[in-house]
Design a protein around this ligand. Structure first.
Ligand code: IPM
Ligand code: MN
Length: 353
C-alpha cells in the first residue's frame, strides 16, 4: 500500500531525528512492500521565521491530506527569553491540535529492563512499570473561554470547560486502550473540588457497564502524582483531562530514566500525529548527537495506527537490538563506551528491520 505521510520536522534537533525515522520507515517499506510518500511542511520557530505563523495554513493542508503526521519538536531559545514576543512556537502546537481535532494524547511509559538503572527512582520500584497515559488534548483550561485579565490588569482568569461529548470520546478511547492492554483503567480527577471532574466521574460510571471486562478505578490527581512515583507498576491505563495530563505525563516520562526513548501519539477523528515526548534540544542541533529512538518509536506507533502491527513490531525489535548491542547515543551510553551518532543509530535500526 501507499501511505501519505506529512513530515513536520520543526526546530532544533527535529530535522535530524525525523530524518532517521524516515530512514527506518523506508526500510520498513522495502521489507514489507509499502511505499511511504512524504510531504514536508514548516512548523514552530522555523515556520515563524519563514512565514510569521507557527502553524501556517499550507502546513494545515498538508496535514489534512495525509494518512498520518510525523512531527519532530518545536521551540527555540530566542522565543523563550522574549516575553514580549507576539507569536510563540507553542501557539503553533495548540493551534495544530485544535484545528486537526487531535483530542487524545497517548503516552506509553515502559521501563526498558536494560535501562532501569538510569531511572532517578530505585530500580526495584520502576522495574516492570508499563503504563499508558491518555491525556485529553483539546479541552479544559487550555482552550476554555473566557481567559484573560481585568481592565486594570490585576485580576486574571482561566475557564475549565468540558462537554459530555468531549468526555465521552476520550473515555471511550481510554476504555478501548485498556482492553488492548491489561484491562485496568484509572480515571484521574479532582472530583472533590472541581465541577468538570465531577462530570468526568459521572460519565465514567455511566459508561462502565459497557466495559464489564475493565477494572475501573478513580484517583484524585494529587494522590496520582504520588502513586506514579511510589508504585508505578500499579497502573495500566491512566486517563485524565488536559492540564492534569500535561503535568502527570512529564512526571511519568522521567521515571524511565530515558526520556530520549519515549514516543507519543495524538489522535483525532480524522487526523493522527506522532512525535517524541522530548523537546527540540537546541544545544544539540546540527551536531549529530541527539537520540532518534523516541521519534523512531513514534513512527512505530504510526505504523500501528495505520494497521501495520507486524511492521511496528519489527521496528521495536530493531530498537531493542540497538539497545542490547549498545548502539546508543550519548544519553544512554555506558561509562567508558563510545556513543553512536544520531545517524549511526538510525542506520543500525533501519539495517535490522
Ligand atoms: C506538551 C507541552 C505543551 C503543552 C506546551 C508546549 C504548549 O508542554 O506537549 O506537553 O502544554 O501541551
Ligand atoms: Mn507538557
Amino acid at each position: 500500500m501507499d501511505y501519505k505521510i506529512a513530515l513536520l520536522p520543526g526546530d532544533g534537533i527535529g530535522p535530524e531525528i525525523v530524518g532517521e525515522a524516515v530512514k527506518v520507515l523506508d526500510a520498513v517499506g522495502a521489507k514489507f512492500g509499502h511505499t511511504f510518500s512524504y510531504e514536508k511542511a514548516p512548523v514552530g520557530a522555523a515556520a515563524i521565521d519563514a512565514t510569521g505563523n507557527p502553524y501556517p495554513d499550507e502546513t494545515h493542508e498538508v496535514c489534512k491530506a495525509s494518512d498520518a503526521v510525523l512531527f519532530g519538536a518545536i521551540g527555540d531559545p530566542k522565543y523563550d527569553n522574549d516575553p514580549s514576543a507576539k507569536v510563540r512556537p507553542e501557539q503553533g502546537l495548540l493551534k495544530m491540535r485544535k484545528s486537526l481535532g487531535l483530542f487524545a494524547n497517548l503516552r506509553p511509559l515502559a521501563v526498558f529492563d536494560s535501562l532501569a538503572h538510569r531511572s532517578p527512582l530505585k530500580t526495584e520500584i520502576v522495574r516492570g512499570a508499563d503504563f499508558l497515559c491518555v491525556r485529553e488534548l483539546t479541552g479544559g483550561m487550555y482552550f476554555g473561554r473566557p481567559q484573560g485579565r481585568s481592565e486594570d490588569g490585576n485580576t486574571a482568569y482561566d475557564t475549565c470547560v468540558y462537554t459530555r461529548e468531549e468526555v465521552e470520546r476520550i473515555l471511550k478511547l481510554a476504555f478501548e486502550q485498556a482492553r488492548l492492554r491489561r484491562g485496568k483503567l484509572t480515571v484521574v480527577d479532582k472530583a472533590n473540588v472541581i465541577a468538570t471532574s465531577r462530570l468526568w466521574r459521572q460519565i465514567a460510571k455511566e459508561m462502565a457497564p459497557q466495559y464489564p471486562d475493565i477494572e475501573l478505578e478513580f484517583m484524585f490527581v494529587d494522590n496520582a502524582a504520588m502513586q506514579i512515583i511510589q508504585r508505578p507498576t500499579h497502573f495500566d491505563v491512566i486517563v485524565t483531562e488536559n492540564l492534569f495530563g500535561d503535568i502527570l505525563t512529564d512526571e511519568a516520562s522521567v521515571i524511565s530514566g530515558s526520556l530520549g526513548m519515549l514516543p507519543s501519539a495524538s489522535i483525532g477523528e480524522k487526523a493522527a500525529l506522532f512525535e517524541p515526548i522530548h523537546g527540540s534540544y537546541p544545544q544539540a542541533a546540527g551536531k549529530n548527537i541527539a537520540n532518534p529512538m523516541a521519534t523512531i518509536l513514534s513512527a512505530a506507533m504510526m505504523l500501528e495506527h495505520l494497521g501495520l502491527s507486524t511492521e511496528a513490531a519489527a521496528v521495536r525489535k530493531a530498537v531493542n537490538l540497538a539497545i542490547e548491542k549498545g548502539v546508543v547515543t550519548e544519553d544512554l551510553v555506558n561509562e567508558g563506551e563510545a556513543p553512536a551518532s544520531t545517524t549511526q543509530v538510525g542506520d543500525f535500526v533501519a539495517g535490522n528491520i
